[in-house]
Design a binder for this molecule. Structure first.
Ligand SMILES: *Cc1c(COP(=O)(O)O)cnc(C)c1O
Length: 831
């Protein structure tokens, strides 16, 4: 009988490999259109045409996916799991086509079918399962791991609703739900056979096992099912396809029977909805926690389902022998969000597989690694002990156990230092006791990293100093990156082909090759081609701005761009003050040697973040006044670009001349938007913050517009910061504040921006907007003057691209792998 099944399976899987030529692609598209999607030639619904193409490309991924899994199984090497509550993937189709090397053939096939390739690709909905940088980083990481043939699986949540869609009504942000799955999702494959059961509630209980030993168990729980949905993650032309496994929550059906028999069918079905709440919606907070119980449920849901999934695979291959588990598995925790994994692995090893505490702890602390993403205190996760204990009682026991052992080590190392024990305890004392997730992450991990050199330095000098004193060897830096496949090769076709024609295409998997462009700055013909590419991209963005904002951007003006989440520390406000200053200069006739500018600001505000939403309104109102003033004309245009997301960035970053990276020094852990812009030949105006420092190091100070206080100066300014004195002594600043305060940008709503003005004038402004105004305006003036000399600007642009090699996530992943994961790269046998 079983022999029968095996031979059948071989029949099923022994199909000839797919052909990649245009004619075969045409056949594939037609077949999926007619047979998979059931359409006929008269159908006018465009998305079926996108889907037919997507299914055709997916067929090609499927073969590589299977070969990759086979190769990993056969090799039985060490594996890594990237645990993240967010994966900001964007669209998959174009990236898959690029990585499969099918770009030309697909264009040809679509042409033969009389379909527009570019138009169909844009019908795909963004997978917006993340807020911003942290989620996009996860997406770039798994792209690079696939390209490096590293056996890394991404684990996350399949949110029914991702990041909200941002509309702008009368200058205000309005949030709409993101129904990204409405037209189905071609890229996901459900794996119901790997469903996991996740516990909540109940209580923990002592009992005697069959050998009479006292053990703990978690009983009377309310369970939820976790159903995995797998998405293929293709490497670049290397036959590798890794897996992103996202969990959807669902009700168990055992309660149905009793309720059903009692006639309470509808009650039973509505309980199902409760279970499905867990994976319903992404929390739209970036760099701040919100302490909601459902969020803790999501965190544990991801942790438990994923670790159980890893243990399922382990026991299938190795039985219940965990002696080599830590040599073969490593979990990378993307911020503290999945940190309950530390306690969950302990629980499963002890309660399910009967390991002793010390053995389980040895395994846990050899397999967990933690990445910190921020120093902002409002982002540090703490959960009230009472909430934690009610939701996850057995996990809280284990955390108490970890803490007790840890504090005794602290006491051993620093005898009598009770204050230090209090500081370092996982449990924060106070009116409401709290579980400090970052401390659990540090104590439970063998590696703790920051995401840019400055950030990692500040971590060990400040926030984590006590832990650094205890375990200096745990701490390390891994500077972020971005994948050049999506952020250059795919989204900037004009520049990519110019680069290919100049230095070849090896840069697509070895970004340091771009250095070879540097000598070409002396070649006038090359510079002209470079400028032509930038112009083509600016025309494309101008079209998008016209259609979404109704404003004309002139392609010869300087495109000055700030796109990122709206947050006070990122200082969009400083950017607006500069825009008002330019407006004021124009109105006063101070326009000699003027550089026309188009300023684009975009990004989402957390729905509960009042100040961020006010800043959006301010940008919109300033834009309204500036764009409609005939005296301004083409000298200055301003837009607030709505619904900033991955697919928008793919059009924006190739078209930028000036990249705004103007956070208060010491606050932006790394930034990755800065890297996308640099790679695409924008110059940065920025502070000495996050990866800006490393960008400036790579490209040289002469190709970077630096301004502002250093992180050290920011810290020293506390206590004697006097913004009103700064404003009063700077005529330009004074005029800007007068315009704001006299209601020039809020004619119909007097006093609308009083909160913003008050924040700028407050001695307690943590973001020191006023402190950096003058040096920012001066740096902007240098940028404007530099732009007027186009020959030299283009040289600087080329050098920015040429020296962006460090900022590939291929490098970042090699660093993680060499110093943390230690995986072998495994290439599947190519077909
Ligand atoms: C790159 C990216 C970010 C991160 O931008 P920062 O400037 O580093 O904050 C956020 N959102 C999207 C859509 C991105 O592509």
């Amino acid at each position: 009988m079983s022999d029968d099944i095996v031979s059948h399976q071989q029949e099923i899987t022994d199909v000839p490999p797919l052909d990649k030529d245009a004619a075969s692609l045409v056949k594939g598209i037609q077949r999926h259109y007619l047979r998979t999607l059931g359409q006929h030639t008269e159908s006018h619904a465009n998305h079926y045409k996108y889907q037919a193409l997507a299914y055709t490309i997916r067929d090609h991924l499927m073969e590589n996916w299977k070969d990759t899994k086979d190769a990993y199984l056969k090799k039985d090497g060490k594996r890594a799991y990237y645990m993240s509550l967010e994966f900001l993937m964007g669209r998959a189709l174009g990236n898959a086509i690029l990585n499969l090397g099918l770009d030309d053939n697909v264009a040809d096939a679509m042409h033969q079918l009389g379909l527009s390739y570019e138009e169909k690709v844009e019908l795909e909905r963004d997978a917006g399962l993340g807020n911003g940088g942290l989620g996009r980083l996860a997406a770039c990481f798994i792209d690079s791991c696939a390209t490096l043939s590293l056996p890394v699986t991404g684990y996350g949540i399949r949110y029914e609703y991702g990041m909200f869609r941002q509309l702008i009504h009368n200058g205000y942000q309005v949030e709409e739900p993101d129904h990204w799955l409405n037209y189905g999702n071609v890229w996901e494959i459900t794996r119901p056979e790997y469903t996991q059961r996740v516990h909540f509630g109940g209580r923990s209980e002592r009992y005697h096992d069959d050998q009479g030993k006292v053990r703990m168990r978690w009983t009377d729980t309310q369970d939820v099912l976790a159903i995995p949905y797998d998405t293929p993650i293709p490497g670049y032309k290397n036959h590798t396809v890794n897996t992103l496994r996202l969990w959807k929550s669902a009700a168990t059906d055992e309660f149905d029977l009793s309720e059903f028999n009692a006639g309470d069918y509808t009650e039973a079905v509505s309980a199902k909805n409760h279970a499905e709440d867990i994976s319903m919606v992404l929390y739209p907070n970036d760099a701040s926690e919100n302490g909601k119980e459902l969020r803790l449920r999501q965190q544990y849901f991801l942790a438990s389902a994923s670790i159980k999934d890893v243990l399922r695979q382990w026991t299938r291959e190795h039985g219940e022998d965990f002696s080599t588990f830590a040599d073969k598995n490593v979990f990378q925790l993307n911020d503290t969000h999945p940190t309950v994994s530390v306690a969950e692995l302990m629980r499963l090893l002890m309660d399910e597989y009967r390991l002793e505490w010390d053995d389980a702890w040895a395994i846990t602390t050899k397999t967990m690694a933690y990445t910190n993403h921020t120093l902002l205190p409002e982002a540090l996760e703490r959960w009230p002990v009472h909430l934690f204990g009610r939701l996850l009682p057995r996990l809280l026991d284990i955390i108490y156990g970890i803490n007790a052992q840890f504090l005794s080590k602290v006491a051993e190392k620093w005898p009598g230092d009770v204050e230090r024990q209090r500081r370092m305890s996982i449990i924060e004392e106070g009116d409401v006791q709290q579980v400090r997730m970052a401390y659990l992450a540090i104590i439970g991990s063998f590696s703790v990293n920051g995401v840019a050199q400055l950030h990692s330095d500040l971590l060990v000098e400040g926030l984590f100093k006590d832990f650094y004193d205890m375990w200096p060897e745990k701490f390390n830096n891994k500077t972020n990156g971005v994948t050049q496949r999506r952020w250059m090769a795919w989204c900037n076709k004009p520049l990519s082909s110019l680069i290919n024609n100049t230095i070849g295409d090896a840069w697509i998997t070895d970004l340091q090759q771009l250095r070879k462009l540097a000598p070409s700055i002396e070649n006038a013909e090359f510079r002209k081609q470079w400028a032509d590419c930038k112009r083509e991209n600016k025309v494309r963005l101008a079209k998008l701005v016209k259609s979404t904002c109704g404003v004309d951007f002139a392609p010869d003006a300087m495109f000055d761009v700030q796109v990122k989440r709206i947050h006070e520390y990122k200082r969009q406000l400083l950017n607006v003050l500069h825009v008002i200053h330019l407006y004021d200069r124009i109105k006063r006739g101070d326009t000699e040697n003027w550089t026309p500018r188009c300023v684009l600001i975009g990004g989402k505000a957390a729905p509960g973040y009042y100040m961020a939403k006010q800043i959006i309104k301010l940008v919109s109102n300033v834009a309204d006044v500036v764009n409609h003033d005939p005296a301004v004309g083409d000298k200055l245009k301003v837009v607030f670009f709505p619904n900033y997301r991955v697919s928008a960035m793919e059009v924006i970053c190739p078209a930028a001349d000036l990249s705004e990276q103007i956070s208060t020094a010491g606050k932006e852990a790394s930034g990755t938007g800065n890297m996308k812009f640099m790679m695409n030949g924008a110059l940065t105006i920025g502070t000495l913050d996050g990866a800006n420092i490393e960008i400036r190091e790579e490209v040289g100070d002469e190709n970077f517009f630096l301004f502002g206080l250093t992180a050290e100066e920011v810290e020293k300014s506390r206590g004697h910061y006097d913004p009103n004195a700064i404003i009063a002594s700077d005529e330009d600043f004074l005029r800007v504040m007068n315009l704001l305060e006299c209601g020039h940008f809020s004619q119909f709503e007097p006093g609308l921006f009083a909160g913003i003005c008050g924040a700028i004038r407050s001695c307690n402004d943590p973001w020191l907007v006023a402190a950096d105004f003058r040096s920012y305006v001066d740096a902007q003036q240098r940028a404007a003057e530099a732009y007027r000399d186009q020959e030299s600007w283009v040289k600087m642009s080329i050098l920015n691209t040429a020296y962006s090699g460090k900022f590939s996530t291929d490098r970042t992943m090699e660093d993680y792998n060499r110093e943390i994961w230690k995986l072998q790269s495994i290439r599947p046998a190519s077909a």
